[in-house]
Design a protein around this ligand. Structure first.
Ligand SMILES: C[S@@+](CC[C@H](N)C(=O)[O-])C[C@H]1O[C@@H](n2cnc3c(N)ncnc32)[C@H](O)[C@@H]1O
Length: 377
């Protein structure tokens, strides 16, 4: 899809965190306002984008009447209550329920942005037979939008399994020609189809399938980074489930690295490995005990170490000059490993936001008659 644009469209980045949505939208959409409650992430956002348009504080204190006009509002709202890792309290609970604050803020704007994006974990459509999604869908259609949901897995662009639901709403009457299909397509797995069955004003968004992923896990691992001391490595190896260890040893001739996830299962620490060339989904564990590892089989031993902050950032598709705490390079900000890992763990993968903006959001914005007036300065 090609179209010409002079300046990017302005957008509002709610729950902006470390700024990876702002990063991915760059070129086509420029953040004119962003907000997050976390001071650490505000620092990361400010170091990589702008401090001026970032508002540190709870969304509960944001007044829509104070926000700048924009073509699009994006909300990657908290996922804890919709995630298997949490207690599945649902879209009405205190954290994921902040999505209602987002809608309250939008209601208060003199003019709601004509394009809205909400992003969350698969639980949004799969939990409770799709009830959470339908509540959000109905709230958006009641505000005058056509709405479609899709699943995009960051694994199409980066070697990390990170399926996420993207809900894209467009003001009714907008020109969507060529951007929708009459039936589900590769963006719509069964979880989407069943959650959305029979809903009014639902659209099946259409985008081209991206070309095969170019980056492999080996490309983003720094093999020179020092590994754990022998004693620690042996302790880690002892946590690897027997069948994973066997597979690692069987495949060590051609396997350069296996991503590992250290977690508690049934009260015991385990270090689970993957062999599909993908790292498991990065996350920000609340207890702090889960960790992503790199396991490297050598001729005479098995090396282990934590995934570095820079490697985690690469798994999110962030460029190597993205400033982060604990990155241990010239783009390192004050702070340690946990801060850096936290900054990346619940972010949106950059190439996913980029692909959406290029193939759906910017084409939609370009067709809107109001698009020109509300482009970013
Ligand atoms: C899924 S993350 C968004 C990540 C972000 N879009 C990125 O790519 O880095 C959810 C964010 O909501 C923020 N958050 C949680 N409670 C909030 C509140 N009351 N007001 C504003 N932001 C909040 C968290 O700090 C977190 O950064």
């Amino acid at each position: 899809m090609t179209f010409r644009m002079k300046t990017p469209f302005g957008f509002l980045d709610f729950f902006a965190g470390s700024g990876l949505v702002t990063e991915g939208m760059k070129g086509r959409f420029q953040a004119v306002w962003a907000n997050d409650v976390c001071a650490l992430k505000a620092k990361v956002y400010g170091a990589n984008h702008s401090r001026e348009h970032f508002h540190l504080g709870s969304i509960e204190d944001v007044r829509g009447s104070n926000l700048p006009r924009a073509t699009l509002a994006w909300a990657s709202f908290p996922c804890q209550d919709l995630s298997l890792a949490g207690k599945m309290l649902g879209i009405g609970a205190s954290r994921s329920g902040l999505v209602w604050q987002w809608l309250r803020v939008l209601n208060e704007m003199p003019e709601m942005p004509p394009i809205l994006v909400a992003e969350n974990v698969i639980g949004l459509v799969s939990a409770k037979g799709g009830e959470h999604y339908r509540a959000l869908h109905n709230a958006l259609t009641a505000r005058g939008y056509m709405v479609g949901a899709m699943v995009l897995n960051a694994a199409l662009w980066v070697p990390q399994s990170r399926p996420r639901v993207f809900v894209i709403a467009v003001r009714k009457g907008a020109d969507m020609e060529g951007l929708t299909s009459p039936e589900p397509n590769w963006l719509h797995p069964p979880s989407i189809c069943s959650a959305t069955s029979g809903l009014n004003d639902f659209v099946w968004w259409k985008m081209p399938l991206p070309p095969p992923r170019r980056s492999n896990l080996c490309d983003l691992i720094d093999f020179e980074t020092p590994c754990d001391e022998e004693e620690k490595a042996l302790k880690n190896v002892a946590l690897i489930p027997r069948r994973h260890l066997q597979k690692l040893l069987n495949e060590k001739r051609h396997l350069k690295v296996a991503p590992g996830y250290r977690r508690t299962r049934s009260g015991n620490q385990v270090l689970e490995l993957r062999f599909d060339g993908l790292a498991g989904c990065l996350r920000t564990p609340e207890g702090g005990s889960s960790r992503q590892y790199v396991v490297i089989p050598r001729e005479d031993r098995i090396d282990t170490r934590l995934l570095t902050v820079r490697e985690a950032a690469r798994l999110m598709g962030a460029p190597d000059d993205y400033s982060l705490p604990g990155a241990n390079d010239k783009h390192s900000l004050e702070g340690g490993y946990n801060e850096g890992y936290k900054a990346m763990g619940d972010a949106v993968a950059v190439p996913v936001a980029h692909y959406l903006s290029e193939n759906l959001l910017a084409p939609l914005a370009a067709r809107m008659s109001c698009g020109k007036e509300i482009q970013a300065a």
